[in-house]
Design a protein around this ligand. Structure first.
Ligand code: SF4
Length: 385
């Protein structure tokens, strides 16, 4: 089956995302939830999604991928199609009424020691009080983690070939994670499993690195850094850049570090070239870009045209030693060029959001991002009589 020239994606056939509250999907960015019985999804809505993809129809459950691909950006689907290699060849796409997941995506819990502005209480327990302060009626759970779903995890890990793990901050759960991964080590399955773990870089997981990861076929650790220096500290409050950098350097000396992840939002897009220059100066080989779409007022596709023009002018000023960074910038420029909502400004919502949370946190966006804050406020004043 030709995966490049079709809408095919492996995840509706082999993906299982298990979230910390026990809810499940086949993909973390698909608009889909399994009902209580996973198997029931194989014939129902999941079956129709598979049928649609087989017929080359862009099912709306996967709109996050179609949106990026329409702008010429490599989507999660494109990336998976290329990284799964031989594992991809084993998938029986023509069989649409069974569901045997081998690609496990686990969110270990919402326990986190940072409350990034692009995140929320479902993925960070630290957000709880701040959300409640602004809206005490919100039905939120303070803490949840996967220890309640041990049986489901134990069963799923034995069938998995690829295991992706995120949080909250997964290394805050180092003990639970070790116990869970050791199930696979004991059964010998780990020798044929790939692990990908995304961390905020605040913790160095010594036990996992020394005792557990060496038993897996392949382990990749990605560190999320949406900025550098004081812009990191602001966006990932109360995370500390100095601690991140120290752990980054330690992890780089292991066999398991695989790259830096930057989630692009209105907060940091103007400074992306500076961030890439920094990683270039350290000869970092891999930087991955994620695009934020929700909430809409933080998404770069919603920036008004005059701000996009300023961002573009700033981004094109830099050339990098690492050619893949030049490619990343060209992809982003293409995405901004295709952004649909140039005229519909969401700037007022963004400015109000920053003011509100800055007051609560006793911080100031304009202190750390002076150039873009001034462009933002000028656009807001032009618009607000
Ligand atoms: S949203 Fe994208 S990656 Fe997820 S299942 Fe759909 S096509 Fe695949």
């Amino acid at each position: 089956m030709d995966k490049q020239n079709s809408c095919l994606c492996p995840l509706p056939w082999i993906g299982l995302e298990i979230r910390a509250d026990g809810s499940r999907s086949f993909c973390c960015i698909a608009n889909f939830n399994f009902a209580k019985e996973i198997k029931s999804g194989a014939n129902g809505e999941l079956g129709s999604i598979k049928q649609a993809l087989l017929k080359n129809i862009k099912h709306e459950a996967c709109s996050s991928c179609w949106k990026l691909e329409a702008s010429g950006i490599s989507s999660r689907r494109n990336k998976l199609n290329s990284i799964l290699g031989d594992k991809y060849k084993k998938i029986e796409f023509n069989i649409t009424d069974t569901f045997e997941p081998t690609f496990l995506d686990i969110k270990v819990g919402n326990g986190c020691n940072q409350k990034c502005l692009i995140c929320g209480p479902e993925s960070s327990s630290l957000w709880f009080n701040e959300y409640k302060y602004f809206d005490p009626s919100l039905p939120l759970k303070r803490n949840f983690n996967l220890t309640k779903h041990k049986e489901l995890l134990a069963e799923s890990i034995q069938k998995a070939e690829e295991i992706h793990i995120a949080g909250g901050e997964p290394f805050l759960f180092e003990l639970e994670l070790s116990e869970f991964l050791e199930l696979s080590v004991k059964s010998g399955k780990s020798r044929k499993q790939t692990l990908l773990i995304t961390s905020n870089g605040s913790i160095y997981p010594a036990h996992l690195i020394e005792k557990v990861f060496p038993h897996f076929e392949n382990v990749k650790i990605h560190l999320s850094a949406d900025g550098i220096g004081e812009q990191f500290d602001y966006q990932r409050f109360p995370g500390k850049w100095a601690i991140f950098l120290e752990n980054y350097k330690k992890l780089q000396n292991t066999a398991f570090f695989d790259g830096i992840c930057i989630t692009l939002s209105c907060l940091n897009i103007f400074y992306l070239a500076e961030y890439l220059s920094f990683w270039d100066s350290l000869s970092e080989q891999k930087v991955f870009i994620n695009y934020l779409f929700e909430p809409a007022f933080l998404s770069i596709e919603k920036l008004p045209k005059q701000l996009i023009d300023r961002v573009v002018r700033h981004l094109v000023q830099q050339e990098f030693k690492n050619m893949s960074f030049n490619f990343l910038i060209s992809e982003i420029l293409q995405f901004l060029d295709n952004a649909e909502n140039h005229e519909k400004t969401e700037v007022d919502e963004l400015v109000n959001f920053l003011d509100k949370h800055d007051k609560y946190r006793d911080l100031k966006y304009e202190t750390h991002f002076p150039e873009f804050a001034s462009l933002l406020k000028n656009t807001w004043h032009e618009k607000t009589p």
